[in-house]
Design a protein around this ligand. Structure first.
Ligand code: PLP
Length: 409
């Protein structure tokens, strides 16, 4: 017999869609409303965060055709090196700093050369990455900075939106990543010339594809109907538990990406759904931020537990708490109690990038020990509004008991 909880709490704080979004005739376009939300002149809609990155890389490649390397964090979404490859470029991994979710500055410096086209500082889990350091290093080498803000739509640093600090930035509108049209992405740039270059690259490389758009439209309707503690049991929890029983962690974390990355235009209906939903996003970000800041001290009070949080001047978003436990055994023990239980506990990326069997070998793979440590010792606790105080306290108590037991051993 297999365990099945009666509620499945979402692993991240996604903005729930309303039925009304599906038939709305919003006054503003999604791209304009998004631009207003993050205070930029314009945003460009693509069919995924990955597609946005591919378009950005193709645009930059045209500006600097002799540069072919892209420096990326050794701990990030596996779709990132897949996008680099799809753009005909090479990934070079840079190990992470200790303590922050940034690439190590010294290693970043040595990873960059006259072959570097772009550096991709990444705002993981709503945390604000150190773009300034990446930018200083990029400038000195004549390279560009693309901010991966896939998980950080709404995060700000001293009031300025992430994604707008470097040369180009992108956000993901995938299922579960805050605002969602099931799959989508937004590209931004402060620079007028780069913005035209992004539009040109998209026109040249991104075709219409009715079949893909039809598929995504049905998926979006399903997402709108099932995104909630009842529907997710079926749409998310059951497949998760099956993957865990098989011991397939990559599938459990939904990282079993196939080799094809669809590139197509987003249709008018999905854009309208997003334009309708985005009107609720500012209040949702505010609400989930307040909830996170209220709950953060409880987690931080557990000795031996590190929670990645904001530093001076940063106003990150909170899709989930990324929590580092003292060692892999304690983390695994916590997950064995919590991951299958419908409580919104899970993992961010399962591996450091060199350890995904489906990715091709990458430069820099020999020096990724901090990335591996992050993959080994972290778990995520959802910050969805559906996680009530009692559930959050239960999760904290389970983790606390394990950490205390380890200290006593
Ligand atoms: C999800 C994600 C992406 C890719 O975005 P999609 O919209 O899923 O294609 C890129 N980078 C990071 C850090 C992500 O989390």
């Amino acid at each position: 017999m297999s365990y099945r909880p009666d509620r499945e709490l979402p692993p991240t704080a996604g903005l729930p869609l309303a039925l009304a979004d599906l038939r709305a005739r919003p006054r503003q376009r999604l791209t304009d409303a998004a631009a207003a939300f993050i205070n930029v002149p314009a945003t460009q809609l693509e069919c995924s965060g990955t597609a946005s990155l591919i378009v950005a890389l193709l645009a930059l490649k045209e500006l600097a055709p002799d540069r072919h390397e892209v420096v990326i964090p050794a701990y990030t979404c596996p779709l990132v090196p897949m996008a680099v490859q799809r753009a005909g470029l090479t990934s070079r991994l840079c190990d992470m700093a200790t303590g922050r979710l940034d690439m190590d500055a010294q290693k970043l410096q040595s990873a960059c050369s006259a072959s570097t086209l772009a550096i991709i500082p990444t705002h993981l889990g709503g945390r604000v990455a150190d773009v300034a350091t990446a930018q200083a290093i990029a400038r000195a080498e004549g390279a560009f900075v693309i901010e991966d803000a896939a998980q950080a739509f709404g995060a700000r640093v001293n009031g300025q939106s992430v994604g707008t600090i470097g040369d180009i930035g992108f956000f993901s509108l995938a299922a579960g990543k805050g605002l969602s049209i099931y799959e989508g992405g937004l590209l931004v740039s402060r620079d007028d010339a780069l913005r035209s270059q992004l539009v040109r690259a998209s026109e040249a490389h991104v075709p219409r594809n009715r079949l893909w758009e039809m598929r995504r439209s049905m998926e979006l309707a399903g997402y709108a109907a099932l995104y909630g503690p009842r529907g997710l049991r079926w749409a998310y929890g059951d497949p998760l538990r099956r993957a865990l029983r098989r011991g397939n962690l990559v599938a459990a974390a939904s990282e079993d990406f196939g080799p094809t990355i669809p590139l197509h235009r987003v249709g008018a209906w999905r854009e309208r759904v997003g334009a309708s939903a985005i009107t609720r996003l500012p209040a949702f970000v505010e609400h989930t931020t307040q909830q996170a800041l209220r709950r953060l001290p409880r987690l931080q009070a557990i000795e031996g537990v590190h929670v990645y949080a904001d530093h001076e001047g940063e106003q990150g978003t909170w899709p989930y708490f990324l929590v580092r436990l003292p060692d892999e055994a304690t983390r695994d023990e916590a997950l064995s109690r919590l991951w299958h239980a419908g409580l919104g506990v899970g993992r961010l990326f399962i591996h450091a990038l060199p350890d995904y069997s489906y990715l091709d070998p990458m430069e820099g793979s020999d020096d990724v020990s901090v990335a591996r440590h992050i993959a080994a010792c972290t778990l995520t606790i959802s910050n969805s509004p559906w996680i009530d105080d009692g559930t959050f306290e239960h999760v904290c108590a389970v983790i606390e008991a394990l950490v205390v037991r380890r200290r006593a051993a």
